[in-house]
Design a protein. Sequence first.
Length: 529
Amino acid sequence: MNKERKKPKIEFPGKAPIKPELIAKHKRGDGLNLNKGKTPIKNKIHLEKLKTKEKKYENAAEQAARSELLLTEDYGYLETEAGETTTQFRQNEIRSAVDITSATKSFQLKLDFGSYRLKYSRNGRHLLIGGKMGHVAAFDWLTKKLSCEMNVMESVYDVSWLHIETMYAVAQKKSVYVYDNQGIELHCLKRMQNVTRLEFLPYHFLLAAGSDTGCLSWLDISIGKIVSRRDSKINKLSVMTQNPSNAILCCGDSKGVVSMWSPNSHEPEAKMLCHKQAISSIAVHPYGTYMATSSPDRSVKVWDARQLSGPVHNFILRSPAQNLSYSQRGLLAVSMDNVVEVFKDDKDTMKPYLRHKESWSISGMQFCPYEDVLGIGTEKGFVSLIVPGAAEANFDALEANPFQTKSQRREAEVKALLDKIQPELISLDSGAIADVDVPTLTEKIEAKKKLMFIKPKKVDFKPSRTKAKGKGGTAKIVKTKNILKALSRREAAETMKKVQIEQQTEKKKKNIPNKDFGPTLNRFLPKSK
């Protein structure tokens, strides 16, 4: 008898199982209940289409959950033993405990050109610093390779990267200047005068500026024109930041009110009374979920930026906070004169996580994207601190790639220009860009209906019963019927032309005249007849 061959044992049969919690994280909701008797949809064709759609949604959620298996990096925080606290750890102890590459991320630059402002690039690779006494420097802070360094010979109030790391803007004493990565002056924006704060909106290619006269301005750097100017009615705009999720500018005034501005309205989109005293600093979470505000009364409040309701957290510090900064993982850094404290959201309270003391007062602060690093600008230089668990461990190379090459940077720049969002779409609701313009759609449907109902009338031609001998006949009847049909077609065509002309005149009345986008982009506009 032939012995039965044993089937080889498969070590990994089928796809790897996924936890239901991971799938639920990527789901868009419970979906539609398409079981028999429980759905109002009776049409079988529509029911099948909806079922296939639901299957696609489930498959997409499963694929998104499965792709998380490829994210090998994980987040890590400081862990303590019994009786210890994380605030007792100093930077030299953290440097000695981490690997050599991570230890080099903590360094100090001693500079003597006044209080420093700083900005990291979107991919977290490049750093831009500007001193009050005119010192400006741009460099790759990981390799410590200097791109350019110069003294502009006048006061510098703020600095900002533009869409790529080869261009940056500097708010100087009178105007805003744009330089390249070799320190060569590219533009002088004379219409932006006495600017105190700069913010760049990467998806809209807008450089937003706030002046000491309370003027807010948005400059489109792709066409080189100011899109909008607004009077914020704030004496001096020294507190301003952007909400990265919806590109709204949050400005604080001396009455404790935070106003939210977009370039589309003359009045703020929303106002919040956050403190009883003046607003000293504002920080918004990179995902647009939370907003933190501080005041000279030593209070710090954390708000839900999506609901604009009461504070989520409210705590009192030992001294007033001058600067606030949010990390990608939700850590909140607070600077009080020369002391920096990092707070961690521990369910109901904000728990102190790290503490660091500097020799000089702190003038600027920002967490580095995709790196566990907090950059601090002081009166006498720049300090880089290691904050474990601050940054996102895995990055999307199509969104922000710290290791991109020159060719990849060019491709990303072209793609970003093609995907540029118009400033008219900036609003409090970040999902408004995906909505359908219902009034315009209904107008189009109604216009089509008007044209559809203009049809030639049916011709019911019946010859008279009485006729002369030898005249008329079937041929004569068909001929006259065709003549009448042709006449009705002409009448329908004429009425259709009239309706089309009326619709075009209505559109011209409603439409705003075409804007001048400059010689580069004007050739893409429709030619006027």
